[in-house]
Design a protein. Structure first.
Length: 320
């Protein structure tokens, strides 16, 4: 597939239209920024959806300066379970036909599952998985209603192939994204809509900035490639397969793990995990902090109870 080269999206989906639009989530930095730049090189207008920060502003400004003949729209959005981000996206695209959607936004929460907050895990799940569903549902309806061709591309990960200790939600959400893409592809391919989930090898970006220091991640960073290498390989897979493994590491991992049933992998990982340096380092005093928090909460509750009770008694006596 790579030998065939990247697909020309404007030619494939534009149908001679003057303006063809793409939407990229996580477009401020990393792979998303590179995808947005690649769309512009191919002559597509781009809607950039990303965190409301300086990176979204600078990327949008740079694209407008480099491609004055094209249009770029920035949509600040926080993909978490407490934010309703879809109205802003819908409003920003109500007057255009978005035919190429790149669901790229995602990040990793590391550490033992029980030692991270439920709130952070739910936010991670929203960004990595649920946001893809919401964005896709809106735009696939638009394409089908208008009988337009298009594509949906998802930045997944080889982590979806294997158990992911210390990053439970990341592996689970990436497995979901790949399965979701493959299933959706079956439903819409006959309508001229291509669906692809790609599994890049490690990429040098700010993806690793907010994670624990893990030996496994350090190894991944050593083999990381530039984000600029991803879009070309991604577009070489589009319309030619539904899962694309990008880079040597991703290809090797998939081929090797394909030899073993998933349960066998889980059994092996669970057996050897206690001997891993990361496991031993972060397992120290595990549960102690949580137990202390519970004890403090119970003590505070017990201490407050008599006061609450005496207050009720005084209140009742006044009524009498």
């Amino acid at each position: 597939m790579w030998l065939l080269g990247p697909v020309d999206l404007k030619k494939k989906y534009g149908r001679g239209k003057k303006d063809t639009w793409a939407l990229v989530t996580g477009a401020g930095t990393g792979i998303g920024k590179s995808i947005a730049e690649t769309m512009a090189v191919q002559g597509l207008n781009v809607v950039l959806v990303s965190l409301p920060d300086k990176h979204l502003d600078s990327t949008t400004s740079a694209l407008k300066k480099a491609f004055p003949e094209l249009q770029f729209r920035a949509v600040p959005a926080i993909f978490d379970h407490k934010t309703d981000y879809m109205p802003a996206i819908i409003e920003a695209t109500k007057d255009i036909d978005v035919q190429c959607v790149f669901n790229n936004a995602g990040y990793m929460v590391t550490g033992f599952f029980d030692r991270t907050t439920l709130d952070s895990q739910l936010a991670n799940m929203e960004c990595n998985a649920t946001a893809c569903v919401k964005v896709t549902h809106h735009f696939v309806q638009q394409l089908l209603q208008k009988d337009l061709p298009g594509c949906f591309v998802y930045t997944s990960s080889v982590s979806g192939y294997i158990p992911n200790p210390f990053a439970v939600l990341y592996g689970a959400t990436k497995a979901f994204v790949s399965a979701f893409a493959a299933s959706l592809a079956v439903e819409v391919r006959n309508n001229g809509i291509d669906v692809l989930a790609v599994h890049p090898s490690p990429v040098a970006s700010n993806f690793f900035d907010e994670v624990h220091q893990l030996d496994a991640l350090d190894m991944a960073k050593q083999s990381a490639v530039s984000p600029n290498t991803v879009p070309g390989k991604m577009l070489s897979c589009l319309g030619r397969c539904h899962w694309g493994d990008l880079g040597q590491m991703a290809t090797v991992v998939r081929c090797v793990w394909a030899l073993f049933p998933y349960d066998v992998l889980a059994q092996a990982f669970s057996y050897f995990a206690p001997y891993m340096g990361d496991y031993q380092k972060y397992n120290e005093n595990r549960g102690v902090a949580t137990a202390k928090k519970v004890a403090v909460a119970v003590t505070a509750s017990v201490s407050a109870s008599p006061k609450s009770g005496s207050s009720k008694k005084r209140s009742s006596s006044k009524k009498r």
